[in-house]
Design a protein around this ligand. Structure first.
Ligand code: AMP
Ligand code: MG
Length: 424
Protein backbone atom coordinates (compact mmCIF):
# COMPACT_ATOMS: atom_id res chain seq x y z
CA UNK A 1 0.00 0.00 0.00
CA UNK A 2 1.34 3.45 -0.82
CA UNK A 3 1.42 5.90 2.04
CA UNK A 4 -1.85 7.84 1.66
CA UNK A 5 -2.59 11.15 3.39
CA UNK A 6 -5.86 11.59 5.26
CA UNK A 7 -9.01 12.40 3.34
CA UNK A 8 -9.85 16.11 3.50
CA UNK A 9 -13.55 16.92 4.11
CA UNK A 10 -15.30 18.59 1.18
CA UNK A 11 -15.89 21.97 2.80
CA UNK A 12 -12.30 22.22 3.95
CA UNK A 13 -11.02 21.26 0.50
CA UNK A 14 -13.27 23.91 -1.07
CA UNK A 15 -11.98 26.53 1.35
CA UNK A 16 -8.37 25.63 0.58
CA UNK A 17 -8.95 25.85 -3.15
CA UNK A 18 -10.63 29.28 -2.87
CA UNK A 19 -8.10 30.63 -0.39
CA UNK A 20 -6.44 33.78 -1.72
CA UNK A 21 -8.40 33.84 -4.98
CA UNK A 22 -9.29 37.42 -5.93
CA UNK A 23 -10.77 39.07 -9.00
CA UNK A 24 -8.48 39.39 -12.03
CA UNK A 25 -7.30 42.87 -13.08
CA UNK A 26 -9.78 45.16 -14.77
CA UNK A 27 -9.83 46.28 -18.37
CA UNK A 28 -12.09 48.46 -20.49
CA UNK A 29 -14.09 46.54 -23.09
CA UNK A 30 -16.64 47.49 -25.71
CA UNK A 31 -20.16 47.01 -24.46
CA UNK A 32 -20.69 44.59 -27.35
CA UNK A 33 -18.01 42.34 -25.84
CA UNK A 34 -19.06 42.72 -22.20
CA UNK A 35 -21.68 39.98 -22.01
CA UNK A 36 -21.06 37.85 -18.91
CA UNK A 37 -18.17 39.98 -17.63
CA UNK A 38 -18.35 41.52 -14.18
CA UNK A 39 -18.14 45.25 -13.47
CA UNK A 40 -14.89 46.35 -11.85
CA UNK A 41 -16.21 49.78 -10.85
CA UNK A 42 -19.59 51.38 -10.18
CA UNK A 43 -21.27 52.97 -13.18
CA UNK A 44 -23.28 56.20 -13.29
CA UNK A 45 -25.51 57.49 -16.05
CA UNK A 46 -23.89 59.75 -18.61
CA UNK A 47 -27.30 60.97 -19.78
CA UNK A 48 -30.77 61.89 -18.65
CA UNK A 49 -33.08 59.23 -20.10
CA UNK A 50 -35.42 59.98 -21.74
CA UNK A 51 -33.50 63.09 -22.70
CA UNK A 52 -36.63 64.88 -23.97
CA UNK A 53 -40.37 64.52 -23.63
CA UNK A 54 -41.70 61.96 -26.10
CA UNK A 55 -44.73 59.90 -26.97
CA UNK A 56 -45.41 56.48 -25.47
CA UNK A 57 -48.00 55.65 -28.16
CA UNK A 58 -48.74 55.94 -31.83
CA UNK A 59 -51.51 58.55 -31.98
CA UNK A 60 -52.07 62.30 -31.97
CA UNK A 61 -50.30 64.92 -29.88
CA UNK A 62 -52.97 67.25 -28.51
CA UNK A 63 -53.78 69.72 -25.74
CA UNK A 64 -55.62 67.72 -23.09
CA UNK A 65 -57.95 70.66 -22.43
CA UNK A 66 -59.20 70.54 -26.05
CA UNK A 67 -60.54 67.00 -25.72
CA UNK A 68 -61.63 66.96 -22.08
CA UNK A 69 -65.26 66.50 -23.17
CA UNK A 70 -64.60 63.91 -25.91
CA UNK A 71 -66.55 60.64 -25.81
CA UNK A 72 -67.67 57.97 -28.26
CA UNK A 73 -71.09 59.66 -28.48
CA UNK A 74 -69.74 63.17 -28.96
CA UNK A 75 -66.27 63.11 -30.48
CA UNK A 76 -64.10 66.22 -30.63
CA UNK A 77 -62.78 66.99 -34.11
CA UNK A 78 -59.31 68.54 -34.38
CA UNK A 79 -57.44 69.87 -37.40
CA UNK A 80 -54.28 67.83 -38.09
CA UNK A 81 -51.28 70.05 -38.77
CA UNK A 82 -48.80 67.37 -39.77
CA UNK A 83 -46.76 64.53 -38.36
CA UNK A 84 -43.76 63.97 -36.13
CA UNK A 85 -41.89 60.71 -36.57
CA UNK A 86 -39.20 59.16 -34.35
CA UNK A 87 -35.77 60.65 -34.94
CA UNK A 88 -36.92 64.01 -36.32
CA UNK A 89 -37.71 67.23 -34.50
CA UNK A 90 -41.33 68.46 -34.76
CA UNK A 91 -41.86 71.03 -37.52
CA UNK A 92 -44.79 72.76 -35.83
CA UNK A 93 -46.41 73.17 -32.44
CA UNK A 94 -49.92 72.23 -31.40
CA UNK A 95 -52.30 75.17 -31.02
CA UNK A 96 -55.84 75.18 -29.66
CA UNK A 97 -58.13 72.94 -31.75
CA UNK A 98 -55.30 71.18 -33.56
CA UNK A 99 -53.38 67.93 -33.38
CA UNK A 100 -50.16 66.50 -34.81
CA UNK A 101 -49.90 62.85 -35.69
CA UNK A 102 -47.09 61.29 -33.62
CA UNK A 103 -45.24 57.99 -33.50
CA UNK A 104 -44.00 56.16 -30.40
CA UNK A 105 -40.71 57.66 -29.24
CA UNK A 106 -41.09 60.86 -31.27
CA UNK A 107 -40.57 64.27 -29.62
CA UNK A 108 -43.74 65.81 -28.28
CA UNK A 109 -44.40 69.06 -30.19
CA UNK A 110 -44.60 72.36 -28.33
CA UNK A 111 -48.08 73.11 -27.09
CA UNK A 112 -49.10 69.47 -26.72
CA UNK A 113 -49.35 67.96 -23.24
CA UNK A 114 -50.74 64.53 -23.99
CA UNK A 115 -51.21 61.91 -26.72
CA UNK A 116 -54.47 60.34 -27.87
CA UNK A 117 -53.80 56.73 -28.92
CA UNK A 118 -54.75 56.12 -32.54
CA UNK A 119 -57.24 53.49 -31.30
CA UNK A 120 -59.29 56.29 -29.67
CA UNK A 121 -59.68 58.20 -32.93
CA UNK A 122 -61.28 57.72 -36.34
CA UNK A 123 -57.84 57.58 -37.99
CA UNK A 124 -57.08 54.15 -39.42
CA UNK A 125 -54.11 52.63 -37.63
CA UNK A 126 -51.11 52.25 -39.91
CA UNK A 127 -52.45 54.59 -42.63
CA UNK A 128 -49.68 56.44 -44.45
CA UNK A 129 -51.65 59.53 -45.50
CA UNK A 130 -51.94 62.18 -42.82
CA UNK A 131 -55.68 62.96 -42.40
CA UNK A 132 -56.85 66.59 -42.58
CA UNK A 133 -58.89 66.19 -39.41
CA UNK A 134 -59.18 63.64 -36.63
CA UNK A 135 -62.18 62.79 -34.47
CA UNK A 136 -61.20 61.96 -30.87
CA UNK A 137 -63.53 59.51 -29.05
CA UNK A 138 -62.07 59.63 -25.55
CA UNK A 139 -60.69 62.21 -23.19
CA UNK A 140 -57.03 61.85 -22.29
CA UNK A 141 -55.61 63.57 -19.25
CA UNK A 142 -52.65 65.88 -19.68
CA UNK A 143 -49.49 63.85 -19.12
CA UNK A 144 -50.98 60.53 -20.23
CA UNK A 145 -48.99 58.54 -22.79
CA UNK A 146 -46.01 60.83 -22.59
CA UNK A 147 -42.57 59.98 -21.25
CA UNK A 148 -40.98 62.76 -19.24
CA UNK A 149 -37.27 63.58 -19.30
CA UNK A 150 -35.46 61.70 -16.56
CA UNK A 151 -38.47 59.51 -15.78
CA UNK A 152 -36.20 56.48 -16.31
CA UNK A 153 -32.75 57.72 -15.26
CA UNK A 154 -31.30 61.10 -14.27
CA UNK A 155 -27.87 62.12 -15.55
CA UNK A 156 -25.24 61.16 -12.99
CA UNK A 157 -27.50 58.64 -11.25
CA UNK A 158 -25.91 55.49 -9.83
CA UNK A 159 -26.74 52.59 -12.13
CA UNK A 160 -24.96 49.53 -10.75
CA UNK A 161 -22.00 48.54 -8.67
CA UNK A 162 -18.82 46.53 -8.73
CA UNK A 163 -19.60 42.83 -8.90
CA UNK A 164 -22.66 43.17 -11.13
CA UNK A 165 -22.47 40.79 -14.07
CA UNK A 166 -23.15 42.34 -17.46
CA UNK A 167 -26.28 40.43 -18.35
CA UNK A 168 -28.63 41.51 -21.10
CA UNK A 169 -30.57 43.93 -18.89
CA UNK A 170 -27.40 45.56 -17.55
CA UNK A 171 -26.04 45.99 -21.07
CA UNK A 172 -29.33 47.52 -22.21
CA UNK A 173 -29.18 50.12 -19.44
CA UNK A 174 -25.51 50.92 -20.04
CA UNK A 175 -26.04 51.41 -23.77
CA UNK A 176 -29.08 53.61 -23.27
CA UNK A 177 -27.36 55.80 -20.70
CA UNK A 178 -24.47 56.78 -22.93
CA UNK A 179 -21.85 54.10 -22.31
CA UNK A 180 -20.02 52.49 -25.23
CA UNK A 181 -17.47 50.66 -23.09
CA UNK A 182 -17.26 49.50 -19.53
CA UNK A 183 -14.62 48.58 -16.96
CA UNK A 184 -14.81 44.87 -16.15
CA UNK A 185 -12.59 42.20 -14.68
CA UNK A 186 -10.66 40.27 -17.27
CA UNK A 187 -12.23 36.97 -18.29
CA UNK A 188 -10.45 34.04 -16.58
CA UNK A 189 -8.34 31.94 -18.95
CA UNK A 190 -8.67 28.19 -18.56
CA UNK A 191 -6.31 25.71 -20.21
CA UNK A 192 -7.67 22.17 -20.47
CA UNK A 193 -5.55 19.03 -20.81
CA UNK A 194 -6.54 15.39 -20.97
CA UNK A 195 -4.16 12.63 -19.98
CA UNK A 196 -4.17 9.01 -21.01
CA UNK A 197 -2.71 6.65 -23.61
CA UNK A 198 -6.19 5.28 -24.30
CA UNK A 199 -7.67 8.58 -25.48
CA UNK A 200 -8.67 9.40 -29.03
CA UNK A 201 -10.30 12.71 -30.04
CA UNK A 202 -14.01 12.41 -30.84
CA UNK A 203 -14.64 11.67 -34.50
CA UNK A 204 -11.59 9.45 -35.00
CA UNK A 205 -11.95 5.67 -35.12
CA UNK A 206 -11.30 3.71 -31.95
CA UNK A 207 -8.68 0.96 -31.82
CA UNK A 208 -8.66 -1.84 -29.25
CA UNK A 209 -8.73 -0.46 -25.71
CA UNK A 210 -9.29 3.11 -26.86
CA UNK A 211 -12.05 5.55 -25.87
CA UNK A 212 -12.98 9.02 -26.96
CA UNK A 213 -11.63 11.94 -24.96
CA UNK A 214 -14.86 13.33 -23.60
CA UNK A 215 -13.38 15.08 -20.57
CA UNK A 216 -11.64 17.90 -22.39
CA UNK A 217 -14.91 18.79 -24.10
CA UNK A 218 -16.88 18.53 -20.87
CA UNK A 219 -14.42 20.80 -19.10
CA UNK A 220 -14.22 23.27 -21.95
CA UNK A 221 -18.01 23.52 -21.95
CA UNK A 222 -18.21 23.89 -18.17
CA UNK A 223 -15.51 26.56 -18.15
CA UNK A 224 -17.19 28.44 -20.98
CA UNK A 225 -20.51 28.26 -19.14
CA UNK A 226 -18.76 29.64 -16.07
CA UNK A 227 -17.64 32.64 -18.14
CA UNK A 228 -14.03 31.68 -18.92
CA UNK A 229 -11.99 31.87 -22.09
CA UNK A 230 -10.91 28.32 -22.86
CA UNK A 231 -8.05 26.65 -24.71
CA UNK A 232 -7.93 22.89 -25.13
CA UNK A 233 -4.30 21.93 -25.34
CA UNK A 234 -4.86 18.30 -26.30
CA UNK A 235 -4.03 14.93 -24.86
CA UNK A 236 -0.89 14.23 -22.84
CA UNK A 237 0.33 10.67 -23.09
CA UNK A 238 1.01 8.81 -19.87
CA UNK A 239 4.57 10.03 -19.44
CA UNK A 240 5.84 12.68 -17.07
CA UNK A 241 7.79 14.38 -19.87
CA UNK A 242 4.76 14.62 -22.16
CA UNK A 243 2.60 15.90 -19.34
CA UNK A 244 5.16 18.51 -18.27
CA UNK A 245 5.50 19.79 -21.82
CA UNK A 246 1.76 20.44 -22.11
CA UNK A 247 1.52 21.80 -18.57
CA UNK A 248 4.28 24.33 -19.24
CA UNK A 249 2.31 25.58 -22.23
CA UNK A 250 -0.82 25.68 -20.08
CA UNK A 251 0.62 27.70 -17.19
CA UNK A 252 2.23 30.17 -19.59
CA UNK A 253 -1.27 31.23 -20.74
CA UNK A 254 -3.90 30.17 -18.23
CA UNK A 255 -5.03 31.56 -14.93
CA UNK A 256 -6.38 28.11 -14.26
CA UNK A 257 -5.23 24.78 -15.67
CA UNK A 258 -7.65 21.88 -15.54
CA UNK A 259 -6.37 18.46 -16.27
CA UNK A 260 -8.17 15.16 -16.07
CA UNK A 261 -6.94 11.65 -15.44
CA UNK A 262 -3.65 10.36 -14.14
CA UNK A 263 -4.18 11.74 -10.66
CA UNK A 264 -4.61 8.47 -8.83
CA UNK A 265 -2.01 6.07 -7.48
CA UNK A 266 -1.75 3.92 -10.62
CA UNK A 267 1.59 3.07 -12.19
CA UNK A 268 0.95 5.55 -15.02
CA UNK A 269 -0.38 8.45 -12.97
CA UNK A 270 2.06 11.35 -13.22
CA UNK A 271 -0.08 14.38 -12.42
CA UNK A 272 0.99 14.79 -8.81
CA UNK A 273 4.65 14.62 -9.75
CA UNK A 274 4.12 17.12 -12.56
CA UNK A 275 2.27 19.52 -10.25
CA UNK A 276 5.04 19.21 -7.70
CA UNK A 277 7.57 20.13 -10.37
CA UNK A 278 5.72 23.27 -11.47
CA UNK A 279 4.17 24.48 -8.23
CA UNK A 280 3.28 23.47 -4.71
CA UNK A 281 0.97 20.50 -4.50
CA UNK A 282 -1.55 21.53 -1.87
CA UNK A 283 -4.18 18.83 -1.78
CA UNK A 284 -4.96 15.54 -3.33
CA UNK A 285 -7.49 13.39 -1.51
CA UNK A 286 -10.99 14.63 -0.74
CA UNK A 287 -13.67 12.73 1.21
CA UNK A 288 -16.19 12.63 -1.63
CA UNK A 289 -17.56 10.04 -4.00
CA UNK A 290 -17.04 10.48 -6.87
CA UNK A 291 -13.86 12.50 -6.95
CA UNK A 292 -11.64 11.21 -4.16
CA UNK A 293 -8.37 11.54 -6.06
CA UNK A 294 -8.12 15.24 -6.80
CA UNK A 295 -4.93 17.25 -7.07
CA UNK A 296 -4.63 20.96 -6.53
CA UNK A 297 -1.53 23.09 -6.78
CA UNK A 298 -0.56 26.74 -7.06
CA UNK A 299 2.23 28.03 -9.25
CA UNK A 300 3.64 31.49 -9.87
CA UNK A 301 4.52 32.07 -13.51
CA UNK A 302 6.01 35.42 -14.59
CA UNK A 303 4.51 36.99 -11.46
CA UNK A 304 1.06 35.59 -12.22
CA UNK A 305 -0.70 33.26 -9.89
CA UNK A 306 -1.87 30.07 -11.64
CA UNK A 307 -4.07 27.41 -10.12
CA UNK A 308 -3.77 23.84 -11.29
CA UNK A 309 -6.52 21.29 -10.88
CA UNK A 310 -5.89 17.61 -11.45
CA UNK A 311 -9.33 16.07 -11.69
CA UNK A 312 -9.98 12.34 -11.67
CA UNK A 313 -10.23 10.64 -15.05
CA UNK A 314 -13.71 9.23 -14.76
CA UNK A 315 -16.04 11.50 -16.70
CA UNK A 316 -18.67 11.91 -13.97
CA UNK A 317 -15.97 12.68 -11.40
CA UNK A 318 -14.67 15.32 -13.78
CA UNK A 319 -18.05 16.98 -14.05
CA UNK A 320 -18.76 16.87 -10.33
CA UNK A 321 -15.35 18.07 -9.16
CA UNK A 322 -15.45 20.95 -11.64
CA UNK A 323 -18.77 22.01 -10.11
CA UNK A 324 -17.47 21.73 -6.57
CA UNK A 325 -14.00 23.23 -6.94
CA UNK A 326 -13.28 24.88 -10.28
CA UNK A 327 -16.46 26.80 -11.00
CA UNK A 328 -16.30 28.72 -7.71
CA UNK A 329 -12.68 29.69 -8.40
CA UNK A 330 -13.55 30.89 -11.90
CA UNK A 331 -16.41 32.97 -10.53
CA UNK A 332 -14.18 34.57 -7.94
CA UNK A 333 -11.50 35.33 -10.55
CA UNK A 334 -14.18 36.82 -12.78
CA UNK A 335 -15.21 39.20 -10.00
CA UNK A 336 -18.54 37.71 -8.95
CA UNK A 337 -19.43 38.40 -5.35
CA UNK A 338 -20.69 34.85 -4.87
CA UNK A 339 -18.30 32.01 -5.60
CA UNK A 340 -20.99 29.38 -5.11
CA UNK A 341 -23.93 30.28 -7.30
CA UNK A 342 -25.79 27.04 -7.93
CA UNK A 343 -29.17 27.26 -6.22
CA UNK A 344 -28.93 25.19 -3.06
CA UNK A 345 -32.14 23.63 -1.79
CA UNK A 346 -33.26 21.19 0.83
CA UNK A 347 -35.14 18.51 -1.09
CA UNK A 348 -36.75 15.19 -0.25
CA UNK A 349 -35.64 11.86 -1.64
CA UNK A 350 -38.18 10.06 -3.79
CA UNK A 351 -36.34 6.80 -3.15
CA UNK A 352 -33.77 5.48 -0.64
CA UNK A 353 -30.15 6.46 -1.30
CA UNK A 354 -27.00 4.89 0.09
CA UNK A 355 -24.05 6.80 1.45
CA UNK A 356 -20.42 5.68 1.47
CA UNK A 357 -18.03 4.93 4.24
CA UNK A 358 -16.11 8.02 5.33
CA UNK A 359 -17.06 10.12 2.30
CA UNK A 360 -19.90 12.35 1.16
CA UNK A 361 -21.69 10.84 -1.79
CA UNK A 362 -22.76 13.18 -4.54
CA UNK A 363 -25.55 11.59 -6.55
CA UNK A 364 -26.93 12.86 -9.83
CA UNK A 365 -30.66 13.34 -9.64
CA UNK A 366 -33.72 14.59 -11.43
CA UNK A 367 -35.39 17.30 -9.35
CA UNK A 368 -39.12 17.67 -9.81
CA UNK A 369 -41.87 19.57 -8.02
CA UNK A 370 -43.05 17.72 -4.91
CA UNK A 371 -46.79 17.12 -5.27
CA UNK A 372 -47.18 16.98 -1.48
CA UNK A 373 -45.32 20.19 -0.55
CA UNK A 374 -45.88 23.58 -2.15
CA UNK A 375 -42.53 24.91 -3.45
CA UNK A 376 -40.84 21.66 -2.38
CA UNK A 377 -38.70 19.49 -4.63
CA UNK A 378 -38.33 15.73 -4.87
CA UNK A 379 -35.09 14.09 -5.97
CA UNK A 380 -34.98 10.79 -7.77
CA UNK A 381 -31.86 9.13 -9.11
CA UNK A 382 -31.19 10.04 -12.75
CA UNK A 383 -29.87 6.50 -13.38
CA UNK A 384 -26.74 4.44 -12.74
CA UNK A 385 -24.41 6.26 -10.37
CA UNK A 386 -21.07 4.76 -11.34
CA UNK A 387 -18.53 7.42 -12.14
CA UNK A 388 -18.16 6.35 -15.79
CA UNK A 389 -21.90 6.63 -16.55
CA UNK A 390 -22.60 9.67 -18.67
CA UNK A 391 -26.19 8.89 -19.66
CA UNK A 392 -27.42 9.49 -16.13
CA UNK A 393 -25.27 12.60 -15.86
CA UNK A 394 -26.89 14.09 -18.95
CA UNK A 395 -30.34 13.14 -17.62
CA UNK A 396 -29.74 14.90 -14.29
CA UNK A 397 -30.71 18.48 -13.48
CA UNK A 398 -29.22 18.45 -10.02
CA UNK A 399 -27.10 16.65 -7.51
CA UNK A 400 -27.68 15.72 -3.89
CA UNK A 401 -25.16 15.40 -1.07
CA UNK A 402 -25.53 12.23 1.02
CA UNK A 403 -23.62 12.53 4.30
CA UNK A 404 -20.85 9.98 5.03
CA UNK A 405 -21.75 6.63 6.57
CA UNK A 406 -25.48 7.19 6.10
CA UNK A 407 -28.19 5.32 4.25
CA UNK A 408 -31.21 7.52 3.74
CA UNK A 409 -34.82 6.33 3.36
CA UNK A 410 -37.30 7.73 0.87
CA UNK A 411 -38.65 11.02 2.19
CA UNK A 412 -35.38 12.03 3.88
CA UNK A 413 -34.33 15.67 3.53
CA UNK A 414 -30.99 16.31 1.80
CA UNK A 415 -29.06 19.25 0.37
CA UNK A 416 -29.29 19.56 -3.41
CA UNK A 417 -27.72 21.82 -6.02
CA UNK A 418 -29.81 22.70 -9.03
CA UNK A 419 -27.55 22.47 -12.08
CA UNK A 420 -29.90 23.65 -14.78
CA UNK A 421 -33.49 24.71 -15.28
CA UNK A 422 -36.28 22.29 -14.45
CA UNK A 423 -38.69 21.27 -17.14
CA UNK A 424 -41.58 19.98 -15.05
P1 AMP B 1 -7.30 7.60 -14.70
O1 AMP B 1 -7.62 8.48 -13.53
O2 AMP B 1 -6.33 8.23 -15.65
O3 AMP B 1 -6.89 6.23 -14.26
O4 AMP B 1 -8.67 7.42 -15.48
C1 AMP B 1 -9.81 6.86 -14.85
C2 AMP B 1 -10.82 6.49 -15.88
O5 AMP B 1 -11.22 7.66 -16.60
C3 AMP B 1 -10.33 5.53 -16.93
O6 AMP B 1 -11.38 4.65 -17.25
C4 AMP B 1 -10.00 6.41 -18.10
O7 AMP B 1 -10.04 5.74 -19.32
C5 AMP B 1 -11.07 7.45 -18.00
N1 AMP B 1 -10.66 8.70 -18.62
C6 AMP B 1 -9.51 9.35 -18.37
N2 AMP B 1 -9.41 10.46 -19.12
C7 AMP B 1 -10.52 10.50 -19.87
C8 AMP B 1 -11.02 11.42 -20.85
N3 AMP B 1 -10.30 12.50 -21.20
N4 AMP B 1 -12.21 11.18 -21.41
C9 AMP B 1 -12.92 10.08 -21.05
N5 AMP B 1 -12.52 9.20 -20.14
C10 AMP B 1 -11.32 9.39 -19.55
MG1 MG C 1 -5.17 7.58 -17.09
Amino acid sequence: MPDLPDLVPLDEAQARVLDGVTALPSEVVDLADASGLVLAAPVHSALTVPSWINSAMDGFAVRGADIAAASAGSPVVLRVLGEVAAGRPPEAGVAQGTAIRIMTGAMLPDGADTVVPVEDTDAPAGASDIPATVAVFAAVRPGDHVRLPGSDVEAGAYLMGTGRACDAAAIALLAATGHASVSVHRRPRVAVISTGDELVPPGLPLGPGQIHDSNSLTLAAQATEAGAEVRRLGIARDSLADLLALLREAVAWGDVVVLSGGVSVGAHDHVKAAFDTLGDLALWRVAIKPGRPFAFARATVDGRSVRLFGLPGNPVSVFVTFELFVRPVLRRLAGHARAYDRPERIVRLAEPMRGSSGRQTISRVVLVADPDRPDGLLARSSGGQDSYMLASLAAANGMVFIPPDTDLPAGAAVVAWELRGRED
